[in-house]
Write a new protein. Structure first.
Length: 328
């Protein structure tokens, strides 16, 4: 009898332990299930934070190649962000930017007072960032064997007033009509040339004007008597078709645009900084815009050099990154 009671008690204890183990296993499974659910939710949350959306960018054709490189690299890391680059010219870009149509405006000159006023009237607050240096390059046809340098005074004589022959500039040069190719009036490159060379006077009426620098390249490359100007990168990209003209600087030296002469400032007065202007509201409300601008400042030095421009000193990018962080 005692043995029977002992056996029954053992069976009951064994059953209880098996039941407890089963419950523990069930609870552990439930806990693991919750962890899996939480992990899925975490991953889902991560998916929600993934960058996506569009960034509206327009403006300078000169700045365009840098920002196209930025967009290409940025989209490789963030494929759900679309950031196409418009090239309506610096002026055309500011027209859109100052009424809130774009998030970023590329510019080859600083914003003008009337553009600042338009932005203020439309409640657009913005921040300016420098991204590289450019050397406005004056080019002639490869077959031009008479021009070996030009001064700013020569350029003014060529481009102002009535159309001329080369011999009007120098009697030893050919008695052939000069053919003119210039960026359009919405271009920041045109504005810079106007400020330094034309000084507010009208450009020669017969000039072919285009916001597309490739049109200018082809025009000069296809006519022995042509002259044109545009950003340094477009010259580098097409230097096998064109002849760049050294420009006489304030020291009387004839200097050709190169990375070194542009960075050191000896290629003057045709060296200039390049900019992007960013809508502050877009920076705060659109994560993709903030990250895009951050990526630009972190990589502009390398990408600018790759497409033919000259990078800023690294400390300038670092300072601007601090400015960007303060705007977030």
């Amino acid at each position: 009898m005692k043995n029977f009671k002992f056996l029954a008690l053992s069976i009951m204890i064994g059953s209880f332990m098996a039941f407890a183990a089963a419950c523990g296993s069930s609870e552990e499974g439930s806990t693991n299930g919750n962890s899996g659910s939480e992990q899925q939710q975490s991953e889902s949350g991560s998916e929600e934070k993934k960058l996506e959306g569009e960034i509206a960018i327009d403006g300078s054709s000169t700045v365009g190649p840098i920002m196209e490189a930025v967009s290409e690299e940025f989209s490789a890391e963030h494929p759900d962000v679309k950031a196409p680059i418009g090239i309506s010219g610096t002026g055309g870009g500011f027209e859109k930017f100052t009424i809130g149509e774009t998030d970023i405006s590329n510019a080859s000159r600083p914003i003008k007072e009337e553009e600042k006023k338009a932005a203020e009237e439309n409640g657009i607050e913005y921040t300016e960032f420098k991204i590289a240096f450019d050397g406005l390059s004056v080019v002639v046809n490869k077959e031009n064997d008479w021009v070996d340098k030009l001064s700013i005074e020569d350029l003014a004589k060529i481009w102002k007033g009535e159309p001329k022959k080369w011999s009007d500039i120098n009697p030893d040069w050919p008695k052939e009509d000069i053919k003119y190719f210039s960026p359009g009036t919405d271009s920041g490159t045109y504005d810079y040339f106007d400020e330094v060379v034309l000084q507010g006077e009208p450009i020669v009426k017969e000039a072919t004007l285009s916001e597309d620098d490739n049109v200018l390249v082809k025009g000069v490359a296809n006519d022995k008597n042509a002259i044109g100007y545009f950003g340094y990168a477009y010259y580098l990209e097409n230097k096998d078709q064109l002849k760049v003209v050294p420009i006489v600087n304030s020291k009387g030296e004839a200097i050709e645009p190169t990375n070194e002469t542009i960075e050191k400032g000896t290629y003057e007065p045709l060296s200039r900084p390049l900019f992007i202007y960013v809508n502050n509201k877009s920076l705060k409300e659109k994560p993709q815009v903030y990250e895009y601008v951050k990526y630009t400042l972190e990589n502009a030095a390398q990408l600018a050099e790759e497409v033919g421009y000259v990078s800023l000193p690294q400390e300038q990018y670092d300072e601007q990154l601090k400015t960007l962080e303060s705007l977030k």
